[in-house]
Design a protein around this ligand. Structure first.
Ligand SMILES: *Cc1c(COP(=O)(O)O)cnc(C)c1O
Length: 391
């Protein structure tokens, strides 16, 4: 047992471990804190060489107490690909892609849901519900099935067919909503008490961040404990951004890395760019983005509850935020695909579109060591690539 307490990300108020939580009393995300000195006794760089090839290799800094409650489908420990051909085409000698497509259910949402559903299992939850732009629902449905829980998924009617069909085939009850993920969230919030559902919405539950933070641990380990100069992250709710930053701090506290941090850049779709707008205007929070629209369903999050944490990280790291159009990301899917043999999700391709803009504006230099996150597989987005509605 390594978790000491949970902490409100806004007020710092502490909460006891091993209980079910959604938001803090201040209505903000809760962060899990560990006894990192104790964790560092067994979790060592040396010991990692013999650990499982999944995110559970970082077992001591994951919140589940009893191993029996770990629900796993082999998530994490994904490839960090040197993008040599793409890099050569654009004069970028140190370009890398962290490819999250091989995760269970085809996206990095598997990381967060593996941790959240394992904790829900440990704490006796029988029914889970989620509002989703697509991939989080599929991942939740998968881990809920593996844990023997009932899953209730609420998604916008225009979510890619693959997401909807996947949830149904994984045994979840799917409700389609005429609206955005925020409308789906309102529906879950309205019904959860009466239905006895535990809400696993992005950042409204403390453990998804813990699963996603393992991307930060993996990057450090795969780069032999030297973090890259620049990270481009396609940002919706921001779990990965918040999680990786947390991982960097934890690794520093364990003495694994120094105080140097990558410059973190948030990439969003021009049709839904609340974080970019807030960053550019110097705001500490990101108000709802009106009429949000983009084919990159993972980026269709008009209002993120972790906005203030993300904006702080982008500024502290010396990074920034950049918006790209759907046309740019769809076109760049083929550029990345043909060069690297990797069929990216539009969200992943968006990172490459964003990188070109950051190079042009001088915010990133060609010689930087750059990591793009391909957060999922393009196979789940066939409509975005021209296929007519599957049904
Ligand atoms: C959810 C999602 C994102 C956004 O991730 P956050 O951590 O919520 O910002 C990006 N890409 C894909 C493919 C997603 O499913």
């Amino acid at each position: 047992m390594y978790v000491t307490h949970l902490e409100c990300s806004k007020t710092g108020k502490t909460y006891e471990p091993n209980k079910l939580y959604n938001l803090s009393e201040a209505g903000k995300p809760l962060l899990v804190r560990y006894d990192l000195k104790k964790a560092a006794r067994t979790l060592t760089k040396e010991n990692l060489k013999n650990r499982v090839s999944s995110l559970w290799r970082y077992r001591e800094v994951l919140p589940v107490v009893n191993d029996e409650n770990v629900v796993t489908l082999g998530e994490g420990w994904t490839p960090l690909l040197p993008a040599k051909r793409l890099g050569a085409q654009f004069g970028l000698p140190q370009l890398f892609i962290k490819d999250e497509g091989p995760n269970p259910t085809g996206s990095f949402k598997a990381r967060g849901q593996a941790a959240a559903i394992s904790m829900a299992k440990e704490l006796g939850v029988k029914k889970v519900a989620i509002p989703t732009a697509g991939n989080a629902g599929g991942a939740m449905a998968a881990y809920a099935a593996a844990a023997g829980m009932e899953a209730y998924v609420f998604m916008p009617r225009d979510t890619p067919a693959a997401n909807r069909i996947e949830c149904e085939q994984l045994g979840a009850r799917v409700t389609l909503i005429d609206g955005l993920i925020t409308d789906c969230g309102a529906e879950v919030a309205k019904r959860k008490e009466a239905e006895g559902w535990f809400d696993v919405s992005t950042l409204k539950e403390p453990y998804r961040i813990e699963g996603k933070k393992t991307m930060g641990y993996e990057l450090a380990e795969q780069f032999n404990w030297e973090l890259p100069d620049v990270i481009l992250y396609p940002t919706g709710g921001g779990t990965g951004l918040v999680g990786m930053w947390k991982a960097f701090d934890e690794m520093e506290e364990m003495g694994w890395i120094g105080s140097k941090r990558p410059r973190m850049f948030s990439v969003q779709a021009a049709g839904c760019a609340p974080i970019v707008r807030a960053f550019d205007n110097g705001w500490d929070e990101a108000p709802e983005f009106e009429n949000a629209h983009t084919a990159a369903s993972g980026l269709r999050v008009p209002r993120a509850i972790g906005d203030f944490i993300m904006l702080d990280i982008l500024r502290k790291s010396g990074g920034g935020a950049v918006a790209v159009t759907d046309e740019e990301m769809i076109a760049d899917t083929r550029v990345v695909g043909a060069a690297e043999g990797l069929f990216c999700a539009p969200e992943g391709a968006a990172c490459f579109s964003g990188l070109k803009k950051l190079l042009a504006s001088g915010q990133v230099s060609a010689t930087d060591r750059i990591v793009l996150f391909n957060t999922g597989t393009g196979v789940k987005y066939l409509e975005a690539y021209g296929l007519k509605e599957a049904r």
